[in-house]
Design a protein around this ligand. Sequence first.
Ligand SMILES: [Zn+2]
Ligand SMILES: [Zn+2]
Length: 344
Amino acid sequence: MRRLPIYVLIDCSESMIGAGMTGVQTGIETMVRTLQRNPHALETAYLSFITFDSRAELKTPLQPLDEVQVPKLRVRPGTAFGSALLLLAERILQEVRRNQPGSKGDFRPIIVLITDGQPSDDWRPPLKELHNTASIGNFYAIGAGDDIDFAGLKEVTDIVLNLHQTDEQGWAKLFVWISDTLSTASMGVADGDEKEVMLAKLPLSIEKVDDTHWGSDHRNDGPPRQLFLYGLCGVKRLPYLMRYGFDPHHGIYHPTAAHKLDQENADFGERGGRLPPVDSRVVNGCPDCPHCGSPGAGSCGNCGTVFCGGARQDDGKSVCPGCNAQLTINRGDNGGFKIRASEG
Ligand SMILES: [Zn+2]
Ligand SMILES: [Zn+2]
């Protein structure tokens, strides 16, 4: 029995928090259920999920479709795309059966990559390694949002797609498209075909990227287009993530959103402590705390924790939720304190 291996690589960097993460979580659940209703897919398709943030993680090893458990996704700092490619090469080498004298191996694997940011590691040597390991003709790279290095993705594969509608609906349409394409692919291989997989018809919210159009205006240089700061609510002591967008005309970052982090992500603070420092003067203000609604935030001179204005007491002092020190808030607007930021 020849199998059709499908590897799904998911970027779980913090830029995915919010609609991206919810959209992908719901999307992969729907995709698996849809494929499980397709007899051709049930017969041939095997699925694996790999996620990447500051490192790559094998969430689901290659499994028959009817046994697949959909992983629970979590956001973390970093976009270690290179590590994900290396892990993929390793898994393909281990899991995909090669042609043997007298028996045919598995079909060429299908790889679906979903990312919304710029890689934070060196991914070109791992890509070479992947190409040395396996024939990866059917590699679909899907970039979501405005921060994608499309020229880089074009180096990975010819089939690069731009999801420019990144709300709940846009993500839902993307996964309908992926499910359709995978269904078609599994029907093709059931017929004994080994052709290139036919892509399902793209909805308007997804555009195929061709290099001439994207190569020049999406270069991966200059300051990162997004910045993320970790905060602790001074009232509820829960972590949150502040999202900033770069304003190229003034060279500073403006707050665009704040996202609650749940207890599962409580080690964000610790990870945040290892992030490179950023000068608060390039950061223009703070979003309101998503836990208690307080405006503003300051950083603790003792432990470096950034925390919301809700920690302030009547005497003007605050207790740092990170280290419990009593302190006068070192406010962002008088400039110059070092905080730690991640680039998603
Ligand atoms: Zn708060
Ligand atoms: Zn502190």
